[in-house]
Design a protein around this ligand. Structure first.
Ligand code: TYM
Length: 340
């Protein structure tokens, strides 16, 4: 954009996904769909968060294979290495250095209050490691290392983004600098941050909700059909325009994501007039999910099969991402007072 002879730089976008299992519809509608939209307009950095995945202790030796598989899934969903910088988090050791600096100004009380940390303390009491506690500072380092201002994520990451702003602001005031802008979480262009529900009637779709209630982009059609047909429902509405219980509202929300608006409208009308048959609703939802996922699944298989191409993309992304990270780290070190 030209303004009185000055070229205004594009906004910088950054986001990542952990390589813990295959990507699912929650990842797609919460994050990836927006990666694809934003790469057209902004200067984008998208990475596979393969440092973050260490908090849950993946099997030794599997980490690069897992990360590469997620990279294939990014590509299959339409993230384009010609338009965005695609890389592995562990290819930027500068992130670990910035994480160290940020940790010096991150306090136990605020880290312990983070909802995702409290959830992990509950779900994995035998592995409450320091990496889990400082998960938000590593995430802040990922984002501010590129001076990103927009971060496409799902609703569950909102609190982490708040903390990123806190840490960035704290660094700026501690070292009397304006090095870091304060980034915002971004959702769908029309509307706020997205939360895709699980199929089991409660909570968000995700790996921790279990395989049965999560639809993966790698699921074969019959697997999807089985999962959807097993989704929890109730005995049906007893009076017109009754409020939908959570498990039914969730099915409608999933339908809003994958089905045509008039399909949603059709079942909504049936629900409101107490004529709905959940079996029909689930069959339709299953077919619409299959139609949505199957082309992605096929493309994932193609990208996964071309190892040399994946490697070329990951290498080229590393070089571009590092140039940005190295530049910021030199400024960070100078601001703190280290020699460069
Ligand atoms: P992760 O790997 O848990 O999830 C990746 C992205 O998918 C979104 N998401 C969902 N959105 C809507 N509905 C759901 N059911 C759902 N499940 C997952 C998440 O909100 C996220 O956007 N901490 C991050 C990874 C990360 C990161 C970053 C993200 C590391 N560094 C820097 C942004 C910027 C995470 O664990 O996401």
């Amino acid at each position: 954009m030209e303004q009185q002879g000055i070229t205004k730089a594009k906004d910088i976008v950054c986001s990542g996904i952990r390589p813990t299992g295959n990507l699912h519809l929650g990842n797609y509608f919460g994050a990836l769909r927006n990666f694809v939209a934003m790469q057209e307009q902004y200067d984008c950095f998208f990475f596979v968060a393969d440092y973050h995945s260490l908090t849950t202790h993946p099997a030794p030796g599997s980490i690069y294979t897992d990360a590469r598989r997620i990279m294939a899934q990014y590509l299959a969903c339409g993230v384009d290495p010609e338009k965005a910088t695609l890389y592995l988090q562990s290819d930027l050791p500068e992130t670990a250095e910035l994480y160290l600096f940020l940790n010096m100004n991150a306090y136990l009380g605020e880290l312990e209050r983070v909802t995702s940390f409290k959830d992990k303390v509950r779900s994995q009491p035998n592995n409450v490691n320091a990496g889990l506690l400082t998960y938000p500072t590593l995430m802040a380092a990922d984002i501010i290392i590129h001076k990103a201002t927009r971060v496409p994520v799902g609703k569950d990451q909102e609190q982490h983004l708040e903390m990123t702003r806190t840490f960035a602001q704290r660094f700026n005031s501690m070292y009397h600098t304006d090095l870091f802008p304060l980034p915002q979480a971004m959702g769908a262009p029309t509307g706020g941050l997205v939360k895709i529900p699980a199929l089991n009637g409660s909570g968000k779709m995700g790996k921790s909700e279990g395989e049965a209630s999560t639809v993966f982009l790698t699921d074969e059609p019959d697997v999807i059909r089985k999962k959807v047909m097993k989704a929890k429902t109730d005995s049906g509405p007893t009076e017109p325009n009754q409020q939908k219980p959570e498990e039914i509202e969730n099915l409608f929300n999933l339908m809003r994501a994958v089905s045509a608006p008039d399909t949603v409208q059709h079942f909504d009308t049936l629900y409101n007039s107490c004529q709905i048959r959940y079996g029909d609703l689930k069959k339709q939802l299953a077919e619409d999910m299959v139609a949505f996922v199957e082309p992605l699944r096929q493309r994932i298989l193609e990208f996964e099969a071309d190892e040399p191409r994946l490697r070329r993309i990951i290498d080229a992304g590393r070089d571009k991402a590092r140039a940005s990270a190295v530049k910021t780290l030199a400024e960070v070190r100078a601001a703190i007072g280290y020699r460069n």
